[in-house]
Design a protein around this ligand. Structure first.
Ligand code: GLN
Length: 536
């Protein structure tokens, strides 16, 4: 199957141990040694993709340039590795079953009984090795979602067990991430859960090569020796992953622990030179040392779960580093903002960002937030629904269309300033049917955005059904809200600005999907710069 090597990352004991961050950190280290690396995620749920999932379930839905709606871990992969991922980087059980059932209906199985082994596992194996067949990558890291022992993960564990033999021992390495809890009553770190978790893996036929142990405290030599002995791994293959103040520090810690060297050794690849982490270190140092603080209010309706706005929060922090400031983001629940309390809510914020979203809930609070930003000249960034709210606010309060709305919320409005896109009319199926992925956008010379991007044409990712209704374009222009980014192919408005305001930008696309640690997004950088100017 070619010369691509595979790293499989499983998790044990509990979920949320940061498998995505450890995978991304390993990826960064391998890339810093000159290897071509990508990361993929296997998700054990039955949804075909997370596009139909409420953000409260698994956090934000991340969108790739090729229009895949994916797990938020792909965002970490792109932000850490500075790579573009694609549809092929996220596999779900739903997608696996969908392909197998489609094949069965076509008659491809020639009358055979279709079973989990070999048909589902073969399809998993096919998907896992898909990226490798392109011959572009030296190493592919595959993160297996869920926790070992879950019923849902079993077919994946079985498939990668088989792959170890299909691909060859020296072409695969298994990393298992577990937790070493600390019992404060006895003041002890406990290894038993790890031992049990490895046992569970062994029962499924997999002997992990490397153990990464999440812990709140340093693991001493004896503890590592004990884990190595009981779990049947080399002593140096017991790696500690201690809690840190920023996720961007994890690659540096993993390097200290020798995770990359161990993986390369197992894969029989060269590890003689050190990874080049100069830029990464600079980024982390600046992230940790900036003292000047900028406060940004992020207005949304899924704020109870921080992961709902993962990419936006990370983009703001990248932009802070670029501007040498610490960005403090507070999530403000749009349902709790009203005309009566808005001034109090936004007191002391240097910038306001209105988040993407769907549906009616919290919409008026978002519109009131935009109104506050516009009238008080607070730097404003509106993303997707955030732009749409800015358009509605302007139509109602500046142009004077009192009932202006998006037809998503009010299908009877006389002033549908946001309306369903032509191509969306007649679409009833929900999954994967929005306007998704990368499209070109032509920028207006002299605009805030042209200045920020230093470019004439950009490409940004989308995820929406509604758009600015171009019938209202002239009246918006006349009143001082102007389009400064247009899709050159179909004339859709992608960006609006208000030139009378110091910094007011709304984008129909999602800039947050393109910001990476080492390449912060120009719009976020410019937004933070404007917020700094607004420091009282
Ligand atoms: N609900 C809006 C639409 O579909 C905005 C979507 C979004 O913010 N991602 O157009």
């Amino acid at each position: 199957m070619g010369s691509t090597k595979y790293v499989f990352v499983t998790g044990g004991v509990t979920s949320s141990l940061g498998k995505g961050i450890v995978s991304a950190s390993l990826g960064r280290l391998l890339k810093a040694r000159g290897y071509e690396v990508t990361i993929q995620k296997l998700d054990p749920y039955i949804n075909v993709d997370p596009g139909t999932l409420n953000p409260y379930e698994h956090g934000e839905c991340y969108v790739t340039d090729d229009g895949a709606e994916t797990d938020l871990d792909l965002g970490h992969y792109e932000r850490f590795l500075d790579i573009q991922t694609s549809q092929a980087n996220n596999v779900t059980t739903g997608r696996i079953y969908q392909s197998v059932i489609n094949k069965e209906r076509r008659g491809d199985y020639l009358g055979k009984t279709v079973q989990i082994i070999p048909h589902i596992t073969d399809e998993i194996k096919r998907r896992v090795t898909l990226l490798g067949r392109k011959g572009e990558f030296d190493i592919i890291i595959t993160e297996i979602g869920g926790t070992v022992g879950d019923i849902e993960s079993l077919p994946y564990i079985e498939a990668v067990r088989q792959l170890r033999w299909d691909l060859g021992l020296e072409n695969t390495v298994f990393i298992h991430l577990t937790l070493v809890p600390y019992l404060s009553a006895s003041g002890e770190l406990k290894t038993k859960p790890t031992q049990h978790s490895v046992k569970e893996l062994l029962e499924n036929g997999i002997q992990p090569d490397v153990l990464v142990l999440r812990s709140e405290h340093e693991l001493d030599k004896d503890l590592r020796k004990k884990v190595a002995l009981f779990c049947n791994v080399e002593k140096d293959a017991v790696i500690q992953s201690i809690d840190v103040s920023t996720i961007y520090e994890v690659p540096l810690l993993m390097k200290e622990e020798g995770l990359d060297v161990m993986v390369l050794k197992k894969l029989k690849l060269d590890s003689s030179e050190s990874p080049d982490l100069k830029d990464w270190k600079t980024f982390v140092d600046r992230l940790k040392s900036s003292t000047k603080e900028i406060r940004i209010a992020l207005v949304g309706k899924y704020v109870e779960l921080h992961d709902s706005y993962k990419s936006i929060i990370e983009s703001l922090s990248h932009a802070g580093v670029m501007n040498n400031v610490k960005v403090k983001v507070d999530c403000i629940h749009s349902e709790e903002v009203s005309a009566d309390n808005v001034a109090e809510k936004f007191e002391g914020y240097n910038g306001i960002l209105v988040a993407p979203g769907f549906g009616d809930r919290g919409i008026e609070g978002k519109i009131v937030s935009v109104n506050y930003a516009r009238e008080n000249k607070v730097p404003f960034l509106g993303i997707c629904l955030g732009l749409q709210c800015a358009i509605i606010e302007f139509a109602r309060n500046v142009i004077g269309y009192e009932d202006a709305h998006s037809t998503e919320m009010d299908s009877n409005t006389k002033h549908p300033v946001i309306d369903l896109m032509e191509e969306q009319k007649g679409v009833t199926r929900k999954g994967g049917t929005m306007r998704l992925g990368g499209y070109a956008c032509e920028l207006d010379e002299g605009s805030i955005v042209a200045e920020a991007y230093q470019a004439k044409v950009v490409r940004e990712r989308h995820r929406h059904r509604y758009e600015f209704n171009n019938e209202f374009l002239e009246i918006f222009r006349e009143h001082g809200m102007v389009p400064t980014g247009i899709n050159p192919e179909n004339g859709l408005v992608e960006i609006m600005e208000q030139p009378a305001h110091p910094w007011f930008v709304g984008t129909q696309f999602h800039p947050e999907y393109r910001s990476t640690a080492l390449n912060p997004h120009p719009l976020f950088v410019a937004f933070i710069k404007a917020a700094i100017k607004n420091l009282k």
